[in-house]
Every structure is written in C-alpha cells, then in structure tokens.
Design a protein around this ligand. Structure first.
Ligand code: PEP
Ligand code: MN
Length: 344
C-alpha cells in the first residue's frame, strides 16, 4: 500500500501517517519527491485499511499496489518521472533524450579529458567513466579508485559535464558520492541489496543497471530497495542480458524499455556498448533504443580504443562516434524528444 500526500503536506502531517502505521505494527518508508511525498507501507494490509488513513489531513490518496514494488510502480504514479543530474540539472526523462558518454574506465587525466571532449562534441551532456571497476577477472585493470574520481572531478570542472560513475562496495559509497553527480550500480551488483540501500541513502541520483540475469520484475524490485531509502531519483539502465547467443557480449532486451516504462515511472536508458560488446553494433542498437522510446543511452568512447585498459572493442572513436551523433540528432525528433541540455 502507498500513501500519496498532497502537494505541500507538512512534516507533522507526514509524521502523523507514519505514527499511525507504526503504532499498528507496520513499517512506513517515506520518499520525499520534488512535488510531493509518498509513503510506502509494509505490513498487514487489512489492518492498514482499518486505520482509515485517507481521513488524515494531508493525505491525497491511498493506493493498494498489487506488484512487489510499490514506490517505483506506475500504479500510484502514472506520470513519468524526470531525474535531474548535477549542478547543471541535466534531465533524464520523458521529454528529452540524454546522451551519456565517456570512457569505460578512467585511465589517465589526458585520456579522460580527450574522451570527455569527444563525448561533448557528439552531443553528450553527461560524462560516464569508471574509477572503481567490477572486473570479472581479478587480474584485469581494477580502476584508479579515488585518483580516478579526482580526474573525473577535474574533467567536470573543465567541461561542465556532470559525472556518472560506478560504486562497487558499500564501504566506498560515501567517497564516490562526494565526487560523483550520479552513482552507478552495475550489472554484477544489481541484487547487492546492502549496496542498493547504501546508494539510496547517499543523496545522489542513481543509475541502476539491470542484472545480467535479472527479470524485469527483479530489476524493479532492486530499484525499490533504493526508493525505499527515500531516493526516487533512480534511472533504470537496460544493458543486455545473458542468453545462449554468443555473437554478442549480451543480448540487448530492447523490449525491456517499453515494459519497464509500462510498469514504472522511472526513466529508462539503454547501454548499447555493454550489450552488444562490439563497436559496429553501437549505432544500430542506439537507433533501436531511440525508436523504442528510451530516455537516453550510455555509450563508451575512447580516444585510443586499441590501447584501452577496459572494453576497447566496444568503444567509439572517429567516424563511428560521428555516426552516433548523427543518428541521435536525426532520430530523436522523430521520437518526439529534444536534446537533454543543462537547465542551470
Ligand atoms: C560499465 O558501465 O562500466 C559496466 C561495467 O557496465 P555493466 O555493469 O553493465 O557491465
Ligand atoms: Mn565497460
């Protein structure tokens, strides 16, 4: 069950709802949005019905939710959400198309600056780049850690691009949040529930990749872990799933975009780099993402993919990057979207 408070509901009115629910043995999770507050209830539904919460002042609506995710569900929140990232307030949402681009991993200051300039020239308004890398092999480059975060902050200062970067461990959340504008949770941590709760507490928007073996429902339940901590600024990222097909690194589940949009008010972006795993597929998959109604894409770019320490074969450079920029510029108006420019 979800309690939707009226716009402008006071703290005392919110506390009154929470108090009544907890007195009845239930749990109440408060999420404060830009325009209104919603309260997710966990416990005995019949008991909650008996509390007549609708009659409390400040309560706009009491919604019974049939899905295992509540706060991220569209059942009580039919209009789609927009998430704003960074001081520049770059939007990710239903009216815009956000190009997020940058190196898979931060390797050096020069490489990151160059990749950011390439990304910006292609129309990107958010910079991606991993400082903590969740590598499948313990012998692969693990990222520069805090030094990488400092490089990202320098590049942001130089280019104005807000930064999306991954956090892989609960113990790093505070550190990464002190540099990043948006925290990424990767596919390998998509069901790391304590990490999801910690990023939910960190006060920054979250990009939640779909687990490579997660169903859409599991992905949305993962988002619910973040939302339950009071953070509704979550962007879902479809990045391909494991199937029997070996021609691609993962299988881009393009249908996940409209399915997730139907079930959840959260924005959905597509990662055509980690799904295909091949440079030649990035532009075609991006076209598919635009056509199917994704709210943006997140793409790997690298000034010298042949020497990249991580994911060189999927990184865009030169003509491929120009082709991506052209595809985004030409196709997004057909999908009724405008570029996601900084608002601030
Ligand atoms: C990444 O975006 O750098 C990454 C590791 O992606 P994923 O978690 O989707 O594999
Ligand atoms: Mn990568």
């Amino acid at each position: 069950m979800v309690i939707v408070m009226s716009p402008g509901a006071t703290d005392a009115q919110i506390d009154a709802v929470v108090g009544r629910v907890t007195d009845a043995g239930g749990e109440a999770f408060v999420s404060r949005g830009d325009t209104r507050t919603i309260i997710g209830l966990v416990g005995d539904l019949d008991r909650f019905h008996g509390l007549n919460l609708r009659a409390l002042s400040g309560v706009a609506e009491v919604v019974r939710i049939s899905t295992p995710f509540k706060l991220v569900s569209r059942q009580h929140h039919p209009e789609m959400s927009t998430v704003f990232v960074g001081a520049a307030r770059v939007p990710i949402g239903p009216d815009t198309f956000t190009l997020i681009a940058g190196p898979c991993a931060v390797e050096t200051a020069e490489q990151t600056f160059e990749a950011a300039r390439m990304a910006q020239a292609a129309g990107a308004t958010l910079l991606r780049g991993g400082a903590f890398k969740p590598r499948s092999s313990p012998y692969a480059f693990q990222g520069l850690g805090e030094d990488g975060l400092k490089i990202l902050a320098d590049v942001r200062a130089e280019t104005g691009l807000p930064v999306v970067t991954e956090v892989v461990d609960v113990s790093d959340v505070e550190l990464v949040a002190s540099y990043a504008d948006m925290l990424q949770v990767g596919t390998r941590n998509a069901q790391n529930f304590s990490l999801l709760q910690a990023v939910g507490d960190a006060g920054k928007p979250v990009m939640l990749k779909r687990g490579m073996s997660s169903t859409i429902e599991e992905w949305l339940m993962a988002a619910e872990y973040v939302a339950q901590r009071g953070n509704l600024d979550v962007v879902l990222c479809e990045r391909g799933i494991r199937t029997f097909e070996k021609a691609t690194r993962n299988t881009l589940d393009i249908s996940a975009v409209p399915v997730a949009h139907d079930l959840s008010h959260l924005p959905v972006v597509v990662d055509p780099s980690h799904s295909g795993g091949r440079r030649d597929l990035v532009v075609p998959l991006s076209r598919a993402a635009i056509a199917i109604g994704a709210d943006g894409i997140i793409v790997d770019v690298h000034p010298h993919p042949e020497t990249a320490l991580c994911d060189g074969p999927q990184a865009l450079v030169d003509a491929d990057l120009r082709a991506l920029a052209t595809a985004v510029r030409q196709l997004t108006p057909l999908a009724d979207r405008r570029p996601a420019l900084p608002l601030a």
